[in-house]
Design a protein. Structure first.
Length: 180
């Protein structure tokens, strides 16, 4: 199998992530961006960067703040959040590109899938329930572009609940994915 060409994360991916993640800040009274729990209780910083310990997402504020202070001793500011987003999104984009070694991807398709994978995770085929094993990925590999676009809608649940924000995000990602 050939190695896919490296690609910069598309601007539309960064725009989608910023639009739907928004800057997470657990204490808006301070000048720094502090950890905040997402709708399912996972602590994040910046543009939805999830905090992990031992491969597991952090779900308690004390641990989240300890990790945050260790990484950003002076406190995270907007520039830190933007740099972290760019690095995280590029890493996700690289993993998405690697899943499609024989499928040409438009910037819109790659951007939409990078936004989805940033939100739901991306691993390896046969791993956890994430982008690599999603119907979006499988259908696009099979050449079913419309089916792949429609499969974005399957990822509207978090913590067993349909979330209006995820419904809106998936519709927007789907629309971007289908742009010529």
């Amino acid at each position: 199998m050939s190695t896919p060409l490296a690609r910069d994360v598309p601007a539309c991916a960064l725009a989608l992530i910023q639009r739907f993640e928004r800057l997470h800040d657990g204490d808006r009274k301070t000048a720094v961006l502090e950890p905040q729990a997402d709708p399912v209780g996972i602590y994040t910083v910046g543009w939805g960067h999830a905090l992990f310990v031992g491969g597991k997402p952090v779900k308690d504020r004390e641990t989240a703040c300890r990790l945050w202070r260790a990484r950003w001793p002076a406190g995270m500011v907007r520039g830190d959040a933007d740099a972290l987003l760019k690095a995280d999104a590029q890493a996700v984009c690289d993993k998405v590109v690697a899943l499609f070694p024989r499928t040409p991807l438009s910037d819109a398709q790659l951007g939409a899938m990078t936004s989805l994978a940033y939100n739901i995770g991306v691993g390896e085929i046969g791993g956890a329930a994430d982008f690599a094993d999603s119907s979006v990925c499988r259908r696009l590999i099979a050449g079913d572009v419309q089916g792949a676009a429609d499969a974005f809608r399957m990822w509207r649940f978090a913590g067993g609940r349909e979330l209006p924000g995820l419904v809106a995000r998936r519709e927007t990602e789907r629309a971007v994915f289908l742009k010529p």
